[in-house]
Every structure is written in C-alpha cells, then in structure tokens.
Design a protein around this ligand. Structure first.
Ligand code: UDP
Length: 412
C-alpha cells in the first residue's frame, strides 16, 4: 500500500505536514533520481522505500535506480566499505579499475534516466564513479554517505575521494563523519517510517504468531539484535554478552538478519555466529528473507531489551526502530548509535560484551527502568527521527543546492 503524506498527520503532527507541503511547492516538478546498489537489505533500501513515494506526493518527479555489478564488483565495494569504516584493507589498481568500469557500464545503461535530472542523489560508495561518466549532466549531483567514515583507512579514502570531489555537495549522517571535500557538506540524520510494516502497530495475533513461529519461551526475558550478519555488528560479541548474563539470570536471545544483495560477507559471518551459538536452544539465529518486515517488527516488539552492539555503525536504523517500539537499547558506543542512545535515559552505550552483560543484568533486575527508558526513547524518536524531519531537511538542502543553477526551480 502506498501512503501519502497526509497519512502521517496523526503521528507527526499537522504542522510538520503543512511545512513539507510549503517546501514541496517551492521545488515541485524537479526531476530527482536516487541511485544505490540494492533494492533490498540494509538501511539505505529501507529509507528509499518510503522516500520515493513521499517525494512524489510532494510534487517531485522522483525515481530510484539501482546499479548492477558482478560478484567481484561487490567484493571490491565491500572492501571499500570496510576500509572507510577503518579496516586496513588492500585494493589493487586493477580492482579500482574494475570498480570504475562497472560504473561506466551502469552509466551507459542509466544515462537516459539520470543525465537530465535536476538532482541526483548517489548513495554510498558503490555508484560514486557514475558522475564522471555523465559528461552532459544537467543537474546537481549529491553524494550521500550512510556509513561511518570518521576514521577511514587513508589509502581507501584517498582512492574513493577522487570520485567524490567532483560532486556538487555531500551529505553525512553526523558531524564526525564529514571529511575535507571541495564542496558544501550537509548533515542529515536518517529516519524511520512509523507506518511501514517494519514499524506500524501490530495486532496481538501478529505478535503471537511470530512468537510461536520461532518457538520462543514465554517464561524467559527476550534479548533481540536485528542486523545483517556483518562483523561490524558484532553478533559474536552479543552471544558472549548473553552467556555472561545467562550465568546469573535465565534469558533467551534472538539474533535475526538476512543478507543484503550488495554484501558478500554475510554467509561467512553467519557461519561464525552458528559456531559461537554452539546449538544452545535458547539462542535463536534466524536467517530472514528480505521482506520479513512484519516479523522484524514483531521481534522488536516482543523483545524485553534490544541490543545493537555494533563496533562501527553509520547510523543504526535498528536502534531507531527499537526505540520507536518503546524498547531500551544496549548499543555499541559508536557512530550514529551515540545520537540515539543516551546513557541511563534511552538505553546504555557499551564497548565490550562484559559491559553489555552488566547493563542487561541491571535492566532485568530493574523492570521499571525498562519501561521508563522505552518511553523516553519513543518520544526522542518522535521528536528527531521520523521521516517528516528527514524529508524537510532533504527538501531544504535541494533548494539550497539548486539555487542559482536552475532558474526554473528558483521561483521561491
Ligand atoms: N533489516 C532487515 N532485514 C534484516 C536485517 C536488517 O529488514 O535481516 C533492516 C533493519 O530493520 C533496518 C535496516 O535493515 O531497517 C538496517 O539498517 P541499519 O542502519 O541498522 O544498518 P545497515 O544494515 O544499513 O548497516
């Protein structure tokens, strides 16, 4: 079901909707194209799924294109991703050439759809080189980084930077990620769609059926981490924390996630997780299909405490999703999790399995704190991380970037 902006009136407030309509009127008719590397899996696809219809509802001619690549291409882009998040990784000149070549092929395929756009938003490193193949581009090109680039491994950032510097602007999720670039840089935090299957209120029957499907124990508190099987999400550390809690308090754990089409490392990480779980019947490792939105929603709602023990994190939409459902979050003290989890207020920031276990035990023994933190988290998300705020910042940014360049858009 495609929602329109007015459907969000109750959850986000009438004034937020009115403000968006006013902004939308100023840029209506602009052709906007988003480009990323997967339609399913991970936070970027999650955001684009709601953003495209709502931008259309605001009068922008918006489309979403996805680049295509070989297995080797995605291994290379995953290496770039890991390097940008600080890992010391190596790419040969041949690898960089292949990264570029796959983008050239995609540029040929997508040219007629994006060369005449007023604004092109390129998400993350995978499609970044597209720009250099658009000699006749008409509009403004913006690079949107969703990952933690606060301490990139320098050779990888240097390699990528040559493709980024030609952009008209870039967007980062938080101040710490901004890198010196020869164009304006903007800060825009991501957000969630409160009415999507991932976040809407579920019926008791929907909740019960997920509970039964995964054979969860009604007598045990439930710890949940939802994430792609990625080492930066530290699923093995979550199991270690669970074991430390388990020594003193009975508890069960769900580690649920699927793969993203552009993430080739998932299988290996899942195998590591299974080994660490070692057949413990109270550890439920769930490999979910990409459309398991209601199931993820239910698991987050069924959780007593949600964990997101990442050791690197661009933003952490799973944290926002959990907080929106009134759950305290034990989150890694990194990246965008720090924008959302405030110690003792909406959850706890931790750096080790021992730290996570300590906080989990505290909450399990102070159940009133679980509810208080959950309520605080939900209101924090309402004020800061709903899609209305996100759209407002994108529209404002688009107006700023196009100002002076596209007369048609300048009737503001
Ligand atoms: N997600 C999902 N299926 C999975 C794992 C994650 O739909 O198996 C969703 C999750 O609910 C969230 C997004 O993918 O909306 C993950 O975004 P986040 O920012 O937490 O991490 P990323 O995967 O982008 O690093």
């Amino acid at each position: 079901m495609t929602l329109s902006l007015s459907d969000y009136r109750d959850v986000a407030g009438m004034s937020a909707i009115r403000e968006l309509r006013l902004l939308g009127d100023k840029i209506a008719g602009a052709k906007v194209v988003h480009v990323n590397s997967t339609r399913e899996g991970g936070g970027v696809a999650e955001i684009l799924r709601w953003m495209i219809p709502l931008m259309r509802d605001l009068g922008l001619d918006t489309t979403w294109e996805v680049i295509e690549g070989t297995e080797r291409f995605y291994e290379i882009t995953k290496t770039i991703h890991n390097g940008l998040q600080g890992q010391q990784v190596y790419l040969s000149a041949k690898d960089w050439a292949m990264y570029c070549e796959v983008n050239r092929e995609n540029a040929d395929r997508l040219r007629s759809k994006i060369e005449d756009a007023d604004i092109v938003l390129i998400h993350d490193p995978q499609p970044a080189p597209l720009l250099q193949f658009m000699e006749k581009r008409k509009g403004k090109w913006i690079w949107r980084a969703h990952i933690d680039v606060s301490h990139p491994y320098r050779p990888i950032w240097k390699g990528l930077r040559q493709y980024i510097q030609g952009y008209d602007a870039s967007i980062f999720s938080m101040m710490e990620y901004a890198q010196p670039l020869p164009h304006p840089e903007f800060l825009v935090a991501p957000s969630i769609d409160p009415l999507s299957d991932k976040n809407r209120i579920l019926t008791q029957q929907e909740l019960s059926s997920v509970f039964a499907e995964y054979n969860l124990d009604p007598d045990l508190p439930l710890l949940v981490q939802i994430s792609r099987f990625d080492r930066f999400k530290d699923p093995v550390g979550v199991i270690q924390a669970y074991r430390l809690v388990r020594k003193v308090t009975p508890v069960q754990l769900v580690l649920a996630g699927g793969g993203a089409n552009d993430d080739p490392e998932g299988k290996a990480v899942l195998a590591e997780v299974m080994e660490e779980a070692g057949g413990d019947p109270d550890i439920h490792v769930l490999l979910l299909p990409s459309d398991a939105h209601v199931r993820i929603n239910a698991l987050q709602r069924l959780a007593t405490i949600v964990i997101q023990k990442s050791i690197k994190e661009g933003f952490g939409l799973t944290v926002t999703e959990a907080m929106w459902k009134g759950k305290p979050v034990i989150g890694g003290d990194v990246g965008g999790i720090r924008l959302q989890v405030f110690n003792h207020h909406t959850g706890f920031l931790v750096s080790t399995p021992e730290g996570a276990a300590h906080r989990i035990r505290y909450l399990l023994h102070h159940r009133d704190r679980i509810d208080q933190m959950g309520d605080a988290g939900r209101e924090f998300v309402r004020d800061n991380f709903l899609l209305t705020r996100h759209l407002r910042e994108y529209l404002t940014l688009m107006l700023v970037v196009t100002k002076g360049a596209t007369q048609r858009l300048l009737t503001v």
